[in-house]
Design a protein around this ligand. Structure first.
Ligand code: AMP
Ligand code: TRP
Length: 356
């Protein structure tokens, strides 16, 4: 019998309208697609995490489907990987509750992402040891910090441990959440008996951090206030090309990677990843050429890479029957594994067996 493959799980939030960026593609989804042969893969779209901020219900539903269709269009294969919506699998919230009983509140209040989000809502977070206090800054405080925001990392730990994942591909910004997950798994194992694998973060070495086209010292982001800095996967080709052609470049005219040329360096990185050419080759190719020619070629590479992605996206986004089939199958496979782990956890903590 063939040996079981190691399990990989990762999830993403259906942020905003669910539109993925070229940064998501290069830094994440493209790499997940290459793992599908060697790992048993679970890819979740975490709608339950999405309601820690207010969302228009119809918009959220639409964003979930759009995100799913973009993943498939980028090469995630529903035949190989389980693609699912978090709310379709029983066990995420259940396990999160159990884990929360092993999570000191202080650990959650210290999370960088939580502090940043609370501060965005207009709260000042002051910490002195374990004692963390929030204070309003008068009118700036728009809403209270809901406990879901604080509890977010416990739900994320549950997402991971529910599948007993061996590895979790994430960006650097999620490292702290992964550490919390590992601590929780260890604590549970020590309290009862070995139950969970201790999941490793899988942070790509060449994390190709795609930068904003308008402010190339900042990461390209879905939620950038300046939409010209971000390339969305499903944007019309003319718009993509226009944004690339008006990307901020640097003084001088040389086309090479350098610390004082963040704009040009970013475009070279994009071209290198998409064409498979090394940075050195690209620098050589464009010796003596001007920025306009170079940008034209970057635009072409992006548009041509995304052409089949967009075609596939448009083919399936309106095919509700197909997408529902993917979700039904994905959730069933995810549920199968999730129930096994959840039952084990329930027995270990001492919940009586369900009476049949
Ligand atoms: P987010 O869009 O922040 O939900 O991130 C989803 C995934 O895409 C994570 O694994 C991120 O590390 C990755 N990612 C997001 N933006 C970029 C970027 N500009 N460059 C490279 N990877 C990114
Ligand atoms: N917190 C992650 C993000 O903001 C999304 C996420 C939720 C996640 N659950 C997860 C990522 C489990 C990996 C594994 O990007």
């Amino acid at each position: 019998m063939s040996e079981a493959k190691p399990v990989i799980l990762t999830c993403a939030q259906p942020t905003g309208g669910g539109d993925l960026t070229l940064g998501n593609y290069i830094g994440a989804v493209r790499n997940w697609a290459t793992m599908q042969e060697d790992y048993e893969c679970y890819f979740g779209i975490v709608d339950m995490h999405a309601i820690t901020v207010r969302r228009e219900p119809a918009e959220l539903r639409k964003a979930c489907y759009s995100c799913l269709a973009q993943y498939i269009a980028c090469g995630l294969d529903p035949e190989k990987a389980a693609l699912f919506f978090q709310s379709h699998v029983i066990g995420h919230a259940e396990l999160a509750w159990v884990l929360s009983c092993y999570t000191p509140i202080g650990d959650l209040q210290r999370m960088t992402q939580f502090k940043e989000k609370a501060e965005k809502l207009g709260f000042q977070v002051k910490s002195a040891g374990d004692d963390i206090r929030f204070s309003h800054e008068g009118a700036k405080a728009q809403a209270s910090v809901n406990s879901g925001l604080l509890y977010y990392p416990v739900l994320m730990a549950a997402d991971i441990l529910l599948y007993n994942a061996n590895a979790v591909p994430v960006g650097e910004d999620q490292r702290q959440h992964l550490e919390l997950t590992r601590d929780l798994a260890q604590r549970f194992n020590n309290t009862y008996s070995p139950t969970f694998n201790i999941p490793n973060a899988y942070i790509p070495k060449s994390g190709a951090k795609v930068m904003s086209l308008q402010e190339p010292t900042r990461k390209m982001s879905k939620s950038d206030e300046n939409p010209n800095g971000t390339l969305f996967l499903i944007e019309p080709p003319e718009k993509l090309a226009k944004k690339i052609k008006s990307a901020v470049t640097d003084s001088g005219s040389e086309i090479r990677v350098a610390d004082d040329k963040p704009g040009v360096s970013n475009l070279i990185t994009i071209l290198s990843v998409l064409t498979g050419k090394s940075v050195q080759e690209i620098e050589k190719d464009y010796q003596g050429q001007n920025y306009a020619t170079f940008k034209g070629d970057v635009a072409e590479a992006v548009v041509e890479t995304l052409r089949p992605v967009q075609a596939r996206y448009h083919e399936i986004i309106s095919d509700k029957v197909y997408l529902e089939g993917v979700l039904k199958d994905g959730a069933a496979r995810a549920q199968n594994r999730a129930y096994k782990v959840l039952n084990k956890v329930y027995r270990k903590v001492g919940f009586p067996d369900r009476v049949r």
